[in-house]
Design a protein around this ligand. Structure first.
Ligand SMILES: NC(=O)c1ccc[n+]([C@@H]2O[C@H](COP(=O)([O-])OP(=O)(O)OC[C@H]3O[C@@H](n4cnc5c(N)ncnc54)[C@H](O)[C@@H]3O)[C@@H](O)[C@H]2O)c1
Length: 251
């Protein structure tokens, strides 16, 4: 157990999917949590409970809305210690060869998966500095290592976020802030299940077969890694990427 009592966390994209499970786990470990999402944030926070959770409707591509979510953490819970950058476009992206990917789709995925994180860390930095033990956890992807075809825009954004994790770790270390990445494998999140609409996506079987541990990955497989990186025990770990995928890729 990572004791997160007294800590305040902001989890983006927490209205559903992996983000909700991460927010619920941080709350279970004692943190008070702001759940930010373009949709369903208030409903998701209500599932955790009003004492420990606040839902804020926000789009990570909008710097003003991001600043308002960070301010909500301060005014409701008194500060901010942990940021989990989970919001990302994955389940609804266009799958196509790099040769055919529409440029506006490329830019849309970068706006959320990369620039959105920049907005969040810029807005959160003053409060993370004040915390004295700030934590930034970026949800990247094992695709950075496995390099699947037909999703160059997505893999490129997660590669950029991996590089940002390292550079931000160097810049923020002087303030006692750690910055790490958790890289999930193919995970049966709400979005993934909705896209496959009951039938098994061929990617699911490929993912299972590629793993050392041959089973499907679920959001609950990621919660322990994120809670650990958020806690005091991980205070001397920074700039790292922890792949959580049942041992498909190893680095
Ligand atoms: N599911 C997987 O197989 C998998 C694998 C590796 C990495 N990931 C990463 O994990 C994260 C969560 O994935 P998921 O499968 O739960 O996705 P999902 O589509 O189920 O959920 C994503 C959440 O982010 C929110 N969101 C989207 N755009 C947003 C924006 N502009 N501002 C704020 N919120 C926004 C959505 O409303 C949704 O609640 C993503 O960053 C994804 O890239 C997922």
């Amino acid at each position: 157990m990572a004791d997160l009592s007294g800590k305040v966390a902001l989890v983006t994209g927490a209205g559903s999917g992996i983000g909700f499970d991460l927010a619920a786990e941080l709350a279970r470990q004692g943190a008070r949590v702001v759940l930010g999402d373009v949709a369903g944030a208030e409903r998701a926070a209500a599932r955790i409970g009003a004492e420990a959770a606040l839902g804020v409707q926000m789009d990570v591509t909008d710097a003003g809305q991001v600043a308002a979510a960070v301010e909500a953490a301060r005014s409701r819970f008194g500060g901010l210690d942990i940021v989990v950058n989970n919001a990302g476009l994955f389940t609804n992206i266009t799958r196509a060869s790099f040769a055919d990917l529409p440029l506006d789709e490329w830019e849309r995925v970068f706006a959320v998966n990369v620039t959105g994180v920049l907005h969040i860390v810029r807005a959160a930095w003053p409060l993370l500095k004040r915390s004295g033990a700030g934590r930034v956890i970026n949800i990247t992807s094992a695709t950075v290592f496995s390099a699947p075809p037909m999703m160059l825009h997505y893999v490129a954004t997660k590669g950029a976020l991996t590089a940002m994790t390292r550079s931000m770790a160097r810049e923020m270390g002087a303030d006692g802030i750690t910055v790490n990445a958790v890289a999930p494998g193919y995970t049966l999140s709400e979005g993934v299940l909705a896209r496959s609409a009951g039938a098994e996506d061929p990617q699911q079987e490929r993912a299972r077969n590629a793993r050392a541990i041959k089973r499907d990955q679920v959001p609950g497989d990621l919660t322990g890694a994120v809670a650990f990186l958020a806690g005091d025990a991980a205070g001397f770990i920074t700039g790292q990427t922890l792949v959580v995928d049942g041992g498909a890729v190893m680095h």
